[in-house]
Design a protein around this ligand. Sequence first.
Ligand code: PGA
Length: 242
Amino acid sequence: MVKVLIVKNYEELSLETALRIAEAVRSKPDIVLGLATGGTPLGCYRELIRMHREEGLSFSKVTTFNLDEYVGLPPSHPQSYHYYMFHNLFDHVDVRRENVHIPDGMAEDLDEECRRYEEAIKEAGGIDLQLLGIGRNGHIGFNEPGSPFDSRTRVVKLSEQTRKDNARFFNSIDEVPTHAITMGIGTIMEARRIILIASGEAKAEAIAKAVKGPKTVDVPASALQDHPDCLFIIDKEAASLL
Ligand code: PGA
């Protein structure tokens, strides 16, 4: 059973999420965080930056692992998740570069990169707290519908809906990469604690299916029903079909 916290709006969602992450970092300064990209975490990251500047929240011992990265975009590409993470969080807090992990979508041997990524997570002691968004099709990370629940970090083909949803960040849909590296659902499920965030009516159906629908690979987020410590923080619109 996932726990659900329904909040008023996006601002409250961002605050509630940042407060939980900050509390986790304060109680375990060398915590391993799993981080997400997309529009939804931006408010949370802004709040964490504020807490770093104004309240002394330190990330100096924190290790991070991002969920995913596009294949074929260099870190300097404004739509790469490397760029996103440095621009929206890492450049503004005291996390150490060597403690930041994001899959390398430019790796010559992508399968080897996926193995290396899994190994790095293990070596770090596993992920303590994983932040997740959710796609309109119920994806988590880039685990599209049909992804096995025991999948590991691997190269995946993006669904047309995901490419369309993400086209708003590119000049045209043709520029949206066709493949990505993503942690698998099995990888995500091994995180000791998970917080999934969702805002807006467009996510309501995916949220309802993930929380109370049957567990099925057609809705990747429904795998989270089996996680022992998973909280959904969602606004009223995203909760409207619960
Ligand atoms: P979004 O993406 O936060 O930009 O809506 C979430 C996701 O696709 O996982």
